[in-house]
Design a protein around this ligand. Structure first.
Ligand code: GLN
Length: 491
């Protein structure tokens, strides 16, 4: 019998639509897999067994009634715990929201449900999506299915590990500085950050509102595109949502899979060709560049001189926005409340709640952000960082006058051992060296597996102009068609 957990989302949807299996069978197979391996992986913070089976039954009934099902109907999906889910716990990996059951669905989740996908549960993440290893989760680290002593990336390590451990064929992440792409790279899976505003932030617990972007994670490029198509598109409830049609990402993924990139110009950024990156990562990247050239792409080297300032600019902008966004966690409106014994003032209760509810990295960011925004320092820090952001956007605009897309390694290093970088925040921040410029610009970018180094997966990043999300899928699918996919050792 076929192991349903090993199939792609496209394959599962085909079997369900053709009546060769049922959504309930598929869902049960994944719930069984979660029960068998998640005590070791810790990808899930919450498994919604009953909700998932009920949704699956609904799909099977609609199919039996002859209804036309969407392209992902009956396919299980795991959702990063940063997105609100009606009646289902949403913690953002933080103690401060422990026990909170949101009264509404985020737009992304609403669209997942409308498409007939089956939500399995909520995945582990760095607290408030701040981190690169999922070690900053208040609920313990997630482990990388390739090697359980290694990190699965972050902040969306749970969503990526769930795919690599065959606990789910699809998952949702959010990318503020790399949190979809970096976990994708280090777990050998595909992760795409759509154009900012291409997917709705309604119901996405805010970290840095000008950067946050929900997006698809999958084991194949086509599956990521199918999921992208389902969740993307204009949402009047998000003021920064783009009122334009979703680029044809599915068509582009299918076109790319033919393995022909004739006529495409791809730019290799000279600033990203070695410094700070592991030699094994660079070797896998260079081999992939050659593979892309063999598929007909023209490779051009070009300079993006301001990319080197992306990391410091990001670590002023993101903490500044978070210091403002996280002010809402006051012990009154949501989740945790500490010290409310009838004798303490409101301020004391707020302060005790925030002291107990936030972890050290979140507190560090709130302090940095509050400082950067304070009246005497605003121009020197936040103002400067915004100027750098403009320069980085200009680098992208100039590059896209010369090439169709930019390529780089997704991360400077493969999955590192758990505990290796927690002592020094700067070492942790370096994980996003190559992913952050895209967030500051707002364009789309995808990470696709491109090889192995030291037996661990390496990802290649494709960055495209804003609203040209289809282009990155084409290049990623073409690369996938020649390098194939990478399977972790059995758990
Ligand atoms: N690792 C980066 C950070 O810690 C990015 C996180 C993200 O994309 N959510 O902020």
């Amino acid at each position: 019998m076929t192991d349903l957990t090993r199939l792609s989302a496209a394959e599962i949807a085909g079997l369900v639509a053709g009546g060769e299996t049922s959504a309930v069978e598929v869902t049960q197979a994944h719930l069984d897999r979660i029960a068998a391996v998640d005590d070791r992986v810790n990808a899930f913070l919450y498994v919604d067994t009953e909700g998932a089976l009920a949704a699956a039954r609904g799909v099977d009934e609609r199919r039996a009634a002859g209804e036309d099902l969407g392209p992902l109907a009956g396919v299980p999906v795991a959702v990063k715990d940063v997105l609100t889910t009606k009646g289902v716990p949403t913690t953002v990996g933080s103690k401060i929201l422990e026990g909170w059951r949101p009264p509404y669905d985020s737009t992304v989740v609403e669209r997942l449900r409308a498409a007939g996908t089956v939500m399995l549960g909520k995945t582990n993440m760095d607290e408030f999506a701040m981190g690169s290893s999922t070690e900053y989760s208040a609920y313990g680290p997630t482990r990388n299915p390739w090697n359980l002593d290694r990190i699965p990336g972050g902040s969306g390590g749970g969503s990526a590990a769930a795919l690599a451990a065959y606990e789910a064929p699809l998952s949702i992440g959010s990318d503020t500085g790399g949190s979809i792409r970096q976990p994708g790279a280090v777990t050998g899976t595909v992760g795409a950050k759509p154009t900012y505003g291409g997917t709705s932030r309604y119901g996405l617990v805010a970290f840095s509102s000008s950067l946050d972007t929900p997006g698809p994670c999958a084991r194949t490029v086509l599956d990521a595109a199918l999921l992208h198509q389902v969740i993307a598109g204009h949402d009047p409830r998000d003021s920064t949502s783009i009122p334009a049609p979703v680029p044809d990402v599915v068509g582009a993924a299918r076109l790319g899979a033919t393995g022909d990139l004739t006529g495409m110009k791809l730019g290799v950024i000279t600033e990203f060709t070695g410094e700070g990156a592991e030699p094994g990562v660079m070797a896998a990247f260079r081999e992939s560049v050659e593979a892309l050239a063999k598929l007909g792409a023209e490779i051009v080297e070009l300079s993006c001189p301001h990319f080197r300032y992306a990391l410091p600019a990001y670590y002023l902008i993101a903490p500044s926005e978070c210091s403002s966004n996280l002010a809402r966690f006051d012990g009154v409106r949501f989740g945790l409340r500490v010290g409310d014994d009838g004798n303490r003032s409101l301020e004391e209760v707020m302060s005790l709640t925030r002291e107990a509810g936030f972890g050290p990295e979140v507190k560090r960011r709130i302090m940095i952000g509050t400082y950067a925004l304070s009246s005497g320092y605003y121009d020197a820090y936040y103002g400067q960082a915004q100027k750098v952001r403009t320069l980085i956007t200009r680098d992208f605009t100039a590059a896209f006058e010369q090439v169709d897309a930019l390529i780089s390694p997704t991360t400077p290093f493969v999955a590192f051992p758990i505990g290796a970088r927690t002592a020094d925040p700067y070492q942790m921040y370096l994980a996003d060296l190559f992913t952050i410029p895209t967030n500051l610009y707002g364009g789309p970018a995808i990470s696709v597996p491109c090889g192995l180094s030291e037996g661990l997966p390496v990802g290649l990043q494709v960055m495209a102009p804003t609203m040209a999300d289809d282009r990155m899928y084409r290049v990623a699918a073409a690369l996938e068609s020649t390098v194939g996919s990478f399977t972790p050792p059995a758990l």
